[in-house]
Design a protein around this ligand. Structure first.
Ligand SMILES: Nc1ncnc2c1ncn2[C@@H]1O[C@H](COP(=O)(O)OP(=O)(O)OP(=O)(O)O)[C@@H](O)[C@H]1O
Length: 287
């Protein structure tokens, strides 16, 4: 009998992140296997972006460990950090394209880390890179827009350009930070479907933050729920219903946060009542 064990491509162990008095992440532990498509699900402010940014070294944990592609991310210095980021692409809610550049030039910037220096203009890039950029644009269905200024495109199209730019890195991991939060429902569906198809075709590992339960349920292999910086749910998406997710969120809200707050308020109130009763008793029985 043979057994195979694969180590996770991403491992986050006991990560806490403070920004001054704000605790953005609290003792977060999660792993992602190669080829997995994981959704980070949580409300605004739950820590999704902060967690994603730890995975490519944009943030360092206050305590805890982050290992990605066998690198201990928080201790990486500039050169290794650049190597890590060339293998870990990221797309953002607001696309982060250069508005005045053409679509094709924007895609080409995704390959800059492979070149010795910055490039100005389309023809400054090697022919092979221009060909690859056009292929990626074709992949996202925007070949016909290659020579248009990127700010002339719709939001959904701009996000598809950002995906093509990410593909220029030949990444192993794609981080997507609320990639459809600025899009209408139809464009959102298109973009989410595209990411899923590309992940399968390219054997990409994907970690994507979302706040919409409906989108998350039909999409990822696994859902990791965050609330107030804590992991409150980590389950395969298959078979998980919206009610279950909402219920788990509700219960966690009540058990960990609200009950603690209510209990401490009750303790204060009880102490005040006891003090008042003692004062009244003393006033009523002067010795
Ligand atoms: N650089 C920072 N400085 C101070 N506080 C920060 C910083 N980055 C994040 N935070 C705080 O950390 C908490 C988590 O923020 P984060 O952006 O990770 O949440 P999120 O789930 O991604 O929410 P959203 O979708 O609204 O961005 C929030 O309270 C936020 O205000």
């Amino acid at each position: 009998m043979s057994s195979t064990t694969t180590s996770p491509i991403i491992s986050v162990q006991g990560v806490t992140k403070d920004f001054g008095s704000t605790v953005a992440l609290q003792d977060v532990t999660m792993t992602v296997d190669r080829g997995e498509v994981v959704v980070l699900l949580g409300l605004s402010g739950s820590g999704k972006s902060t967690l994603l940014r730890h995975l490519n070294g944009l943030e360092r944990p206050t305590t805890g460990e982050v290992e990605v592609l066998d690198w201990q991310v928080p201790s990486l210095r500039t050169g290794d950090l650049r190597s890590l980021r060339s293998r870990v692409a990221m797309i953002f809610q607001r696309f982060e394209l250069v508005p005045s550049l053409t679509v094709l030039e924007n895609v080409l910037t995704g390959g800059l880390s492979r070149l010795a220096g910055p490039r100005l203009g389309l023809w400054a890039y090697p022919q092979a890179m221009r060909t690859a950029a056009l292929q990626h644009l074709d992949r996202v269905g925007l070949l016909s827009k290659a020579y248009e200024r990127s700010d002339r495109l719709s939001g959904g199209q701009q996000q598809r350009v950002a995906i093509a730019r990410a593909l220029m890195q030949n990444p192993e991991i794609l981080l997507a930070d609320e990639p459809v939060a600025s899009l209408d429902p139809e464009s959102s569906d298109q973009v989410m479907r595209l990411i899923r198809e590309i992940a399968a075709d390219e054997s990409l590992t994907v970690v994507c933050s979302l706040h919409q339960v409906d989108l998350a349920l039909g999409w990822g292999d696994r859902i990791v729920g965050l609330r107030h910086g804590r992991v409150v749910l980590d389950m395969p998406a298959a078979g998980l219903s919206k009610e279950q997710v909402m219920e788990i969120y509700g219960r966690v809200a009540v058990t960990t946060t609200q009950i603690e707050a209510i209990e401490s308020e009750l303790a204060v109130a009880a102490a005040q009542v006891a003090a008042r009763e003692a004062a009244l008793a003393t006033a009523g029985n002067p010795s």
